[in-house]
Write a protein that binds this ligand. Structure first.
Ligand SMILES: [Zn+2]
Length: 271
């Protein structure tokens, strides 16, 4: 274990700390979140971009990803690409915006019309390429179409993460071959999820990053409760078990590599 003097490395590449579920006690959640080496807070629409950036600017270990979620693509402002680009330019000095996301396709809930989801996804891929940032992909029951769009539009040079990966080894391998990391969170701790545990073994630790997707997708131990960044320790524990060694430092390195960050903070945790 990487626990010299209680030091341990935890990385959450996907959180939504600005969401209303954290309104009652955000200060304490952010306090506990200081124990993580790195957090990327992810926006889902134009309305929450400023809150996402504000949290990143107020906490040293938190960075931001900004973009339009497929659910929000249906009613997005027609000037959205320009708005996102301007936000990135405005934060250029502070370097707090490290990715475009979360973007992609969601055919499970199908809240926005499919043709609009595809259009908004493709446009944001092109934006990521133009401003030289990686992407955070949200894919639900749409692996084939996301892959096709990446092939047509082009994979952004800085690649990115398939967040909350939820398919089989074949799709995992295809995205890894494109240069993407596979985002693994709470679902890997579910007793019935041997499929995902096999997928991580097959793709290898070098292609994995950890995440919470908080307030959603809590690990088994907290099921039915609100998730938060510190619970990513359950995900790391499961990966340590699967790989029979301490993989926490590698997981941080993978995330730093994707987001183009180099600093490695060793943080103090007690659990
Ligand atoms: Zn998310």
């Amino acid at each position: 274990m990487n626990e010299k003097n209680g030091m341990r490395i935890l990385t959450d590449t996907h959180s939504h700390l600005h969401m209303k579920q954290f309104d009652p006690d955000r200060v304490s959640v952010l306090e506990r979140a200081k124990k993580l080496a790195l957090i990327v807070n992810v926006s889902t629409n134009l309305c929450d971009i400023d809150d996402t950036i504000e949290i990143a600017n107020s906490c040293e270990n938190i960075f931001a990803a900004i973009g339009i979620h497929p659910h929000d693509s249906g009613n997005v402002d027609k000037d959205y690409l320009n708005i996102i680009e301007q936000k990135v330019i405005a934060q250029k000095r502070s370097k707090r915006i490290v990715a475009i996301g979360e973007i992609g396709l969601d055919y499970f809930r199908n809240i926005s019309p499919i043709d609009i989801q595809k259009k908004v996804f493709a446009e944001q891929l092109m934006l990521a390429q133009a401003i030289d940032l990686p992407v955070v992909l949200h894919i639900r029951e749409a692996y084939e179409d996301v892959y096709d769009i990446l092939e047509t539009v082009g994979v952004p040079e800085k690649r990115g993460i398939v967040h909350a990966f939820s398919s089989d080894e074949n799709w995992a391998k295809k995205f890894v071959r494109l240069g993407f990391k596979i985002g693994i969170g709470g679902p890997i701790t579910y007793p019935k999820n041997d499929l995902l545990r096999n997928v991580v073994k097959i793709v290898g630790i070098e292609n994995i990053v950890t995440e919470t997707d908080c307030p959603y997708l809590p690990p088994q131990q907290y099921r039915g409760k609100r998730n938060e960044p510190i619970y990513v320790s359950c995900v790391v524990n499961m990966l340590n078990e699967i790989f029979a060694s301490d993989v926490s430092e590698q997981l941080l390195r993978n995330a730093l590599e994707v987001f183009g960050l180099i600093k490695l903070n060793r943080v103090d945790t007690n659990d």
